[in-house]
Design a protein around this ligand. Structure first.
Ligand code: FAD
Length: 292
């Protein structure tokens, strides 16, 4: 099923993200987490590509399993900046053969080497180059990434949104946001997107922070602003794993309820292979998710 069917319906949707294992030895434990999350029947599941320490070669395998074994609609991520055209095209062809209908088209983060020399020798400099290839190779529903707090490489938000509009014009049918911890930043961003003529569904990405150590990593990776309310939770409970997990899930739930209450229909949860976290969030929203 193409995700646009879900995103454009009048029901709330809640989706979860998983990442592939670092090595074959971890495959079984990831597979178990994937199964448990899939059995919660989320609106769809996304599988990252080489992000969060996962390797790219398992993305397709896991995405196919989610779709075929658990009948949950799937979104397979694909990055391009460090790849050759042959590799990328082979991955897209494999996805098509496996019946994957939805691809998240990403540039990928720059390696330290690329940061040093720049993108001039790269075949794929930006996600838009990948979007064009995906479009040319099949009838996929394509998603793109967007940044309510501006991508760290952008000079300013105006420029970032102008490039985003180009991605949409090139064929992105929906956008998923980087994590954020202050919903007002998202509302301002949505307003600016509409003002810039971007009207595809935008799925806010919510990261439940469930341990103190994760905070530093998440902020470094995303550059997200930490509201005082969230800082206080981390200061008070960061060194108490059980309490931090409960508070982090409650904070993420609160963000999602506020989003739904303010007109957002689709939310993506960066569930990070944690079925217990995904389950708790769904339980917290069980009545709300039944509503239109
Ligand atoms: P782009 O759209 O290419 O944007 C990158 C920068 O270039 C921005 O500053 C943009 O304004 C600018 N830009 C865009 N187009 C142009 C242009 N034509 N000319 C000049 N400048 C331009 N990483 C992974 O490795 N694997 C994953 O699975 C993964 N999943 C992600 C999912 C989401 C929802 C998000 C938000 C990020 C994800 N990432 C993942 C991280 C992502 O790869 C990085 O954020 C990366 O730095 C940018 O990717 P992008 O697709 O947004 O790039």
């Amino acid at each position: 099923m193409k995700l646009t069917e879900i995103l454009n319906s009048d029901r709330f949707s809640l989706s979860f993200e998983v990442f592939p294992p670092k090595s074959s030895t971890a495959f079984d434990s990831v597979q178990k987490a994937v199964e448990e999350i899939a059995r919660l029947r989320p609106s769809f599941m996304s599988v990252t590509y080489g992000a969060g320490g996962g390797t790219s070669r398992y993305t397709l395998e896991i995405a196919r399993e989610i779709k075929e074994r658990y009948a949950v609609p799937t979104l397979a991520h694909l990055t391009c900046v460090s790849s050759t055209r042959e590799t990328v095209r082979a991955r897209i062809t494999d996805m098509k053969a496996a019946g994957i209908e939805n691809i998240m088209a990403l540039r990928g983060d720059l390696t330290p080497e690329l940061e040093a020399v720049g993108l001039k020798d790269c075949v794929y400099r930006h996600a838009i180059d990948l979007i064009r290839d995906i479009k040319a190779l099949g009838d996929f529903c394509i998603g793109g990434a967007c940044y309510p707090e501006v991508h760290p490489e952008s000079r300013n938000q105006k420029e970032d949104i102008a490039h985003l509009r180009e991605k949409v014009e090139a064929g992105c049918s929906f956008l998923t946001t980087q994590m954020f911890f202050d919903n007002n930043l998202l509302y301002n961003f949505l307003y600016k997107l509409r003002e810039s003529g971007i009207f595809v569904p935008v799925i806010p990405g919510i990261m439940p922070i469930t341990n103190g150590k994760q905070v530093e990593r998440a902020v470094k990776l995303s550059g997200s602003f930490m509201p005082q309310r969230f800082k206080s939770i981390v200061d008070r409970f960061g060194s108490d794993p059980a309490a931090m997990k409960q508070a982090g899930i409650a904070y993420a739930t609160d963000q999602i309820i506020d989003l739904f209450a303010n007109g957002v229909k689709n939310v993506h949860v960066y569930s990070m292979n944690q079925p217990d976290v995904a389950k708790k969030i769904l339980e917290n929203l069980s009545e709300i998710c039944m509503r239109r």
